[in-house]
Design a protein around this ligand. Structure first.
Ligand SMILES: [Zn+2]
Ligand SMILES: [Zn+2]
Length: 362
């Protein structure tokens, strides 16, 4: 079928909405009419090839929509189902079988290889294959995805709002709830109050953490962090961020989440921890000597992916919190028409918009 997709042709170029060809879903795949797609920092990194990805490509890995058709053997959803799209995993390696699909043996190939599980492409333009990010390519009116990408959701929910659950939101909330397993009384410091960091703040509040410190460069994001549950906010330009967090927490945080993507901030995050504390980073590894820092202060430092989330289990949990008024997702969102994708990206890069969500026509 012919669809419209935002094509990235070369590194650093704007997205161009073009007519492209999308193949039928094959065995184990579903065709989804995309209703909305969040823009994640990873999409922007890929646009600039900070993270290598084959081009030309269609990006987008926070899609939400309605299943139109399924290929042979699909049991996860049927036509008409409302779905959020999350990352791809194989479902049958030891990690997947053990309930840890975020550590899937084929994670990189399925999410970063640009192709479907069988090695072929579903998107084509002028007779040439287009790579699909996260097996999703949801910056488009339609997508063909593997069934493990599908997370069915109740049809009364606003799919536009749910879209970012598929990556940014589950990454931040999952860091707190799945990775740290932070509970009542825990002390958490969050570095970077974008969509990932603010999702962590909301999750920490829902979990009953007693101290939630948010650090960021933008005043409006810190104000939002405070509204969403941060007990303290810090201007990231302060020289003494780590010392200030040590003072606030009375000796250092139990957990620190580095969500700013900056290696130097990762160092601050390590310095802000109490002995025995845990640091998780979602993109750039912290600039520090791991062996010394981890040994002397008995820190645990881990790069995490998608918040250690099993999307089909964790997204319904977060939706339950949202329904109960304890996870106000809507506060992060700003909607843009699909045609305004490049403006949405610019607003996200400049910091004005926390979570841009593209709304597809029709
Ligand atoms: Zn697997
Ligand atoms: Zn993402």
């Amino acid at each position: 079928m012919e669809i419209r997709a935002a094509v990235l042709r070369r590194a650093g170029e704007n997205f161009r909405i073009e007519r492209v060809t999308l193949d039928e879903p094959r065995a184990g795949e579903a065709l989804v009419r995309i209703v909305a797609a969040g823009i994640c920092a990873t999409d922007i990194h890929v646009q600039h090839q900070d993270y290598w990805f084959p081009l030309p490509a269609v990006l987008g890995h926070e899609g939400a929509g309605i299943v139109e058709k399924v290929g042979p053997g699909v049991t996860a959803a049927r036509p008409g189902d409302h779905v959020v799209l999350a990352y791809a995993y194989c479902g049958c390696c030891p990690a997947c079988r053990g309930g840890r699909p975020f550590a899937c043996a084929d994670y990189d190939e399925l999410n970063w290889g640009g192709r479907m599980a069988d090695g072929s492409a579903r998107l084509h333009r002028h007779g040439r294959d287009l790579a699909a990010l996260f097996g999703q390519a949801s910056f488009a009116t339609h997508a063909v995805v593997g069934e493990n990408n599908l997370v069915p959701v109740d049809p009364d929910l606003d799919l536009r709002l749910l879209a970012p659950l598929g990556c940014g939101v589950q990454t931040g909330a999952g860091a707190v709830l799945n990775h740290f397993r932070a509970g009542p009384g825990a002390k958490l410091a969050v570095f970077g109050a974008g969509a990932v960091g603010l999702s962590a703040v909301m999750a920490a509040k829902a979990a009953g953490c007693s101290v939630i410190v948010a650090s960021d460069l933008h005043d409006h994001r810190l104000a939002l962090a405070a509204e969403l549950g941060a007990t303290h906010t810090l201007d990231a330009r302060r020289a003494d961020v780590a010392a200030e967090i040590a003072r606030i927490t009375g000796g250092g945080a139990d957990f620190a989440l580095e969500a700013s993507g900056r290696a130097d901030v990762g160092r601050q995050a390590a310095d802000a921890l109490a002995a025995g504390g845990k640091l998780a980073y979602v993109s750039a590894p912290p600039a520090l000597d791991y062996s010394v820092a981890a040994k002397r202060r008995r820190l645990t430092i881990t790069g995490i992916v998608e918040g250690d989330s099993v999307p089909q289990v964790f997204l319904p949990y977060l939706i339950g919190l949202y329904r109960a008024g304890r996870f106000p997702l809507d506060r992060l969102a700003r909607f843009y028409p699909f045609a305004a994708i490049n403006r949405a990206v610019a607003d996200a890069r400049g910091g004005a918009t926390v979570k841009p969500i593209l709304v597809m026509p029709g």
